[in-house]
Design a binder for this molecule. Structure first.
Ligand SMILES: Nc1ncnc2c1ncn2[C@@H]1O[C@H](COP(=O)(O)OP(=O)(O)OP(=O)(O)O)[C@@H](O)[C@H]1O
Length: 259
């Protein structure tokens, strides 16, 4: 990944409803970008448009361009499955396959992408991914135990390992810590700062301290009212957004005056 992500004039619809309007932003490679804003302003919708997950909802569609490392993921002929292999996603609730072993959970995405692997290669990939997700030391002696035997924070790191195993360029995270206790949250935040060295990360968070702790850039989304589209109001360094934003709406939001 050399060029990062270039989104231009992106409109995102659910049927006739324009949920997010005219987003243009550049996301640098190997950086962490936080998306913040009040409920319903379209943060998750925008995030899902970056790996073509949005369109799995019937009637959902996108206009505009999202160019990831020089390739427009919305160009005709692009296979969404390939896009999702290079742009991984981690969700709000850890969703490992509960009865599947820890090792098989790590490999689940790779197997879906139907890559045939030797046993030794699979073992190496399990270790690489679990180390990458900072979980290896905790689970290396019980890789055949079910995914559900782990704590919530460990399950979320297992999901991050599953995403890493596919060797993506980009990791999208939709409120990855919202179901976690403070200790597990800090572990995931530490991990995000590590992962930034190798991956381009975009994270949706309601927790402004978290945005300030993990990201170098922050985008603030807002809506004027119910039924109106969400807009990217301000996008700048995290430091500027939290200390001296250019727009009053941003300042009201980050200072807790609304939202
Ligand atoms: N599957 C869907 N079908 C129709 N409309 C949807 C769907 N998902 C979201 N929306 C609408 O799109 C708009 C943006 O929702 P989205 O979930 O992206 O906002 P958000 O900023 O992530 O909110 P939150 O912080 O509450 O998660 C909202 O008006 C929402 O009702």
């Amino acid at each position: 990944m050399n060029e990062g992500i270039d989104v231009s004039h992106l409109n995102i619809y659910y049927g006739d409803f324009l949920a997010v309007e005219d987003v243009t932003m550049h996301i640098a490679p190997r950086s962490t970008t936080a998306l913040i804003g009040p409920s319903g302003c379209g943060k998750s919708t925008f995030l899902r448009s970056l790996n073509r997950m949005h369109e799995v909802i019937p009637g959902a569609r996108v206009e505009g361009d999202a160019i990831i490392d020089g390739k427009n993921i919305y160009a005709p002929g692009v296979d969404p499955v390939d896009v999702r292999a290079s742009v991984g996603m981690v969700f709000q609730r850890a969703n490992p396959f509960p009865t599947m072993s820890i090792a098989d959970n790590v490999l689940a995405g790779v197997k879906l992408n139907s890559r045939k692997m030797k046993k030794s290669e699979a073992e190496e990939l399990v270790e690489f991914s679990l180390r990458g997700a900072n979980l290896w030391e905790e689970v290396k002696d019980r890789l055949d135990r079910p995914g559900s035997s782990l704590s919530g924070g460990q399950q979320q790191r297992l999901c991050i390992a599953r995403a890493i195993a596919v060797k993506p360029e980009v990791l999208l995270m939709d409120e990855p810590c919202s179901a976690l206790d403070p200790i597990s949250t800090l572990a995931i935040e530490d991990l995000i700062r590590e992962l930034e060295k190798d991956y381009t990360i975009v994270i949706v968070t309601h927790n402004m301290q978290q945005a300030a702790r993990v990201s170098s850039m922050t985008g603030f989304f807002n809506i004027e009212g119910t039924g109106k589209p969400g807009h990217l109001i301000e996008y700048d360094t995290t430091e500027k957004i939290f200390s001296n934003p250019a727009k009053k709406d941003t300042e009201d939001y980050v200072s807790g005056r609304f939202g």
